[in-house]
Design a protein around this ligand. Sequence first.
Ligand SMILES: [Zn+2]
Length: 160
Amino acid sequence: MVAVFAVGIINGVTQLRMGTTFWGGFTPFLVCAYLVDGLLVDTGNYKSRQEFCEACDNRVGQVVITHHHEDHSGTGYHFAKRGVPVLAHPIGIPLLGGAKACPLYRQLFWGKPPAFSAQPAPESLDTEHYSFKLLRTPGHSPDHLCVYLEKEGWLLCPLP
Ligand SMILES: [Zn+2]
């Protein structure tokens, strides 16, 4: 298995894409994170941690984790350890990182991230240039959030 990683820019928003290839290059799951105006939306998977942190580390002022699944919170420990505010829905906070939140088959795809703590996400969040709304969108997981900026028409909801 080989971790894949790519960075792109869409309307001024940095998109970080990552996944794991195997069986001759087949990539069954890809996941994205977004960085805009110092706000990192999701932290990718643990297997991509080196590329992920190199691509965005010095531009991150705060982090929102959309849900606790390890493909979206896999490098959250890195930012929390550095003192960067990491925010998540209270339901998901106890599930961030560690083996209890990461079944074996998902460890195979995404790695096994260390546990870390986050702060409860507020309903809105300001960056230098924007004021984002954090929308509660349970369904995929009970703690799921989306990051919305009406002014630009952006809805950052990095599924799956
Ligand atoms: Zn998920």
